[in-house]
Design a protein around this ligand. Sequence first.
Ligand SMILES: Cc1ncc(C[n+]2csc(CCOP(=O)(O)OP(=O)(O)O)c2C)c(N)n1
Ligand SMILES: [Mg+2]
Length: 336
Amino acid sequence: MTTSTAQPMPDVDPAAAREWLAAMILIRTFEERGDELALRGKIPGGMHPAIGQEAAAVGIARGLRGTDLVAGTHRAHHHALAKGMTPSAVLAELYGKASGSNGGRGGSMHLADFDLGLWGSNGVVGAGLGIAMGAALGAKQRGTDQVAAGIFGDGGANVGRVWEFTNLAAIWKLPLIVVCENNLYAVETQTSSVTGGADITRRAAGFGLPAFTVDGQDVVSVHQAVSEAADRARTGSGPTFLEILTYRYKGHDSGQVIRYRTDDEVQRWRSSKDPIENYAARLITAGLLDEAGLAALTDTARTTVDEAVTFAEEAPWPDPCTAAENVSAYTGNEQR
Ligand SMILES: Cc1ncc(C[n+]2csc(CCOP(=O)(O)OP(=O)(O)O)c2C)c(N)n1
Ligand SMILES: [Mg+2]
């Protein structure tokens, strides 16, 4: 336990403060098990683990309302779980089973549940922000008070469409939170080696919207920044850009051989900035949790993920006769 970095807790409801920790522990437990299962060939296509990035997901989801919308990237199990998708529904989807969130047809990069406000993980770099921008435009036109958060990575920050979406959101004053989840790497590329101007937040500010850099290893900071951005969006002040600084502990995807960073670097992040260890220490210091309570949260997460594995293993495969249902294809011969 890293107690030395524990900071005082701000004024957060104690039950909510503990629930944020439980949600982060569940995400980590799920992702660690998922990574193992992927390496054992249980998850067709593998997965992009978000271990180390738990505070970003929980801070975003809890800073929004349940009716608000989130669209993520290829690395988005943590956002799906934080938004309320059950581990069983996610894991069965990763297995390609009929009981998965999307009938086993989408897999890791197409996790969606509109009832939860989850507008999908997405395999196209930068595309999730466009979906969220469209959702924000729809919310504004229908006069709902919904806010949409569109997430992309530091790699996405060097894709042109991201800034087209940001520009439109700024001039149309859309209720959008433009989120760059900067984990310092895009596949094998160090972001600092490919990012002109070096500062993604400053780049975003050029589009004329409030832009902030946030400590993404601190769930309290992420929650606060997202809550304030959501308030601005809901009251008609338009979009906010947040660069959430975080770090992925594992490779880009399951089993990636890592030659582009040192073990020391990973160890430094793990030992000094771990979002779960530091936050648990903070709750304990504030008297909101004790070691037994922490152990109980860990046990509960393990049991929940064990149950999800059993569920996914036992779930049926999709009926091959339904393969063409809910699928659209452009053949070029359609009537115009
Ligand atoms: C338009 C597009 N170009 C390239 C790819 C291949 N690709 C998949 S993930 C990735 C890197 C993304 O890095 P980042 O945006 O930092 O997200 P992270 O993987 O770090 O979460 C790339 C280039 C893709 N999926 N889509
Ligand atoms: Mg990245």
